[in-house]
Design a protein around this ligand. Sequence first.
Ligand code: NAD
Length: 251
Amino acid sequence: MKSLEDQLVVITGAGGGIGVTMVRRFREAGARIVACDVSAEALGDLDAAHKEVFDLGNPDACKEACARIQTSAGLPDVIISNAGHTRAETLEQVDDRAWNFELDVNLNGARNFTAPFLDPMKARGSGVFVFISSVNALAHFGNPAYAAAKAGLVAYARAIATECGRYGIRSNTICPGSVRTHAWDHRIEKDPGILDKVSRLYPLGHMVTPDDVANAAVFLASPLSAGITGVTLPVDGGLMAGNLPFIDAIR
Ligand SMILES: NC(=O)c1ccc[n+]([C@@H]2O[C@H](COP(=O)([O-])OP(=O)(O)OC[C@H]3O[C@@H](n4cnc5c(N)ncnc54)[C@H](O)[C@@H]3O)[C@@H](O)[C@H]2O)c1
């Protein structure tokens, strides 16, 4: 499917488990990529036309990166806001520092890096945003600060969809379920059996893959979804469809 031929697609968190897969899938769809990450090392050998290293937790750095991208690569057609981070697993672990840090990276950073593109996209009359949120935005699965930030992303994506739709801009959110990436390394270190336990919670019987998320992002970025804006799409193996452990308990 070459549905994004020559489109300029910006991907944040491009060096992470889902990001690397997105870069590959968007390249296969014909896109030119601007790969962004806080880690230059993570961007390594990625097949990207342009690379940007900056910290989403730094508002000035976000704005400067937006300006550099427009000068050196052009005004993006598509922004995939994918970077994310969490460590504070439960309320007990959420102190002021953790709350502010996780809100800054996951919500404020996504806003700081996308808002500067809105006016030029409105003037051009086109633009697509895909925000990678989480099932944590839809129900509580731990990580309270991250969950609040991810729910905020859903609201922000809807604001763009509603207020900017008349300028040809679409904005949607993907809510992945659990995906085996480096984001799980610290949990696996604590409990080597955790992936099996978590997989049993999913109606499909397994966790989501990075390709599952990347394929949904390509669809929402492409003209195949031209009539879709403001939606929140779980890519979650059925997790949000119901409560499988409850069903198993009463069977
Ligand atoms: N892995 C999962 O189970 C899962 C589930 C639901 C949602 N998600 C979301 O999917 C997205 C991708 O996650 P992943 O699993 O690939 O994680 P990952 O840890 O493999 O990759 C995240 C990437 O974001 C980058 N990043 C982190 N903090 C940053 C910052 N301050 N500034 C710029 N870049 C930063 C990291 O360097 C990394 O390359 C995230 O938004 C995450 O919240 C992941």
